[in-house]
Design a protein around this ligand. Structure first.
Ligand SMILES: C[S@@+](CC[C@H](N)C(=O)[O-])C[C@H]1O[C@@H](n2cnc3c(N)ncnc32)[C@H](O)[C@@H]1O
Length: 252
């Protein structure tokens, strides 16, 4: 049973960077929040999600920065999440509405999912507001259709095992590779071997001031890339051209 005097917990997707990509629902939830939780990583000051949402914040809103570790030390990871959950519950139990901001969509490879799981069983009212995931924003932004007809799309975190990445690519017409910052060189080589590097494009920090687009990933594979980088790719362009012709014919 939800308790009426307890605040609402909003998980809000703010999209990948452009503040105009927030939904009306997300903006309304932000305006209804007394407390904004701005997630940040251990390494960096400030919160990207908070910067995106800034145009919509109430003057009187209280901003709480919460640091979330990467999943390298499982015990430490749990401890920090539980402390953050406790802090959120304290605000909710005091009748405050709390909005947790998250990059892209909240249910898609997001820190929010861990906090959501912890709070789910505590009887608080949770409203999750979807956001535009980075890979879809990138696809529209660079005017590249992602999938059509019977295409199979796979979304691959580049942090997965090499064999798993290769197996996933083998069954894909189109692939999205997330979290490519750590092993960009290796990912670029795998894509080349799988005949998927010709049409690959990497976009870093889409919609943010220092956004970067790399079209020929093979030539750039030794560069250090930003954490917020995603690759969209499809199987070699010859088959793409043939298929486009078919799609064009169908549309006539
Ligand atoms: C923890 S996941 C968050 C995904 C996010 N929830 C979404 O819906 O897009 C982080 C990964 O998302 C991608 N990403 C998020 N924001 C991005 C941006 N502005 N530009 C490019 N890639 C981005 C990158 O692949 C990054 O490594």
């Amino acid at each position: 049973m939800e308790n009426e005097s307890v605040g609402i917990f909003y998980g809000i997707g703010v999209g990948p960077g452009d503040p105009e990509l927030l939904t009306v629902k997300a903006i309304n939830a932000i305006k209804n929040a007394d407390i904004i939780i701005a997630p940040k990583t251990e390494k960096k000051e400030g919160s990207v999600a908070l910067n995106i949402a800034k145009p919509y914040l109430r003057d009187d809103v209280e901003i709480i920065y919460q640091t979330f570790p990467m999943v390298t030390n499982f015990e430490e990871f749990h401890k920090v999440f539980e402390e953050n959950e406790k802090e959120i519950l304290k605000f909710l139990n005091a009748g405050k509405n709390v909005a947790f901001l998250t990059l892209g969509d909240p249910m898609f490879y997001s820190t929010y999912i861990y906090i959501f799981r912890l709070l789910k069983n505590s009887g608080v009212k949770i409203e999750t507001v979807p956001g535009v995931p980075a890979f879809l924003a990138i696809s529209s932004y660079i005017n590249r259709p992602l999938v059509y007809g019977g295409d199979i799309l796979t979304v691959i975190p580049a942090t997965a095992d090499r064999e798993k990445i290769i197996d996933a690519l083998k069954i894909s017409d189109t692939a999205v590779l997330m979290k490519v910052y750590k092993n960009f060189h290796e990912v670029a080589e795998i894509l080349k071997n799988e005949n998927m590097s010709e049409d690959a494009v990497l976009v870093s920090r889409c919609g943010l001031n220092d956004e970067k687009i790399i079209e020929n990933i093979d030539e750039h594979k030794d560069e250090q890339i930003n954490y917020l980088s995603t690759i969209l790719t499809r199987r070699n362009s010859k088959s793409t051209t043939a298929r486009l012709k078919i799609v064009n014919l169908c549309e006539k």
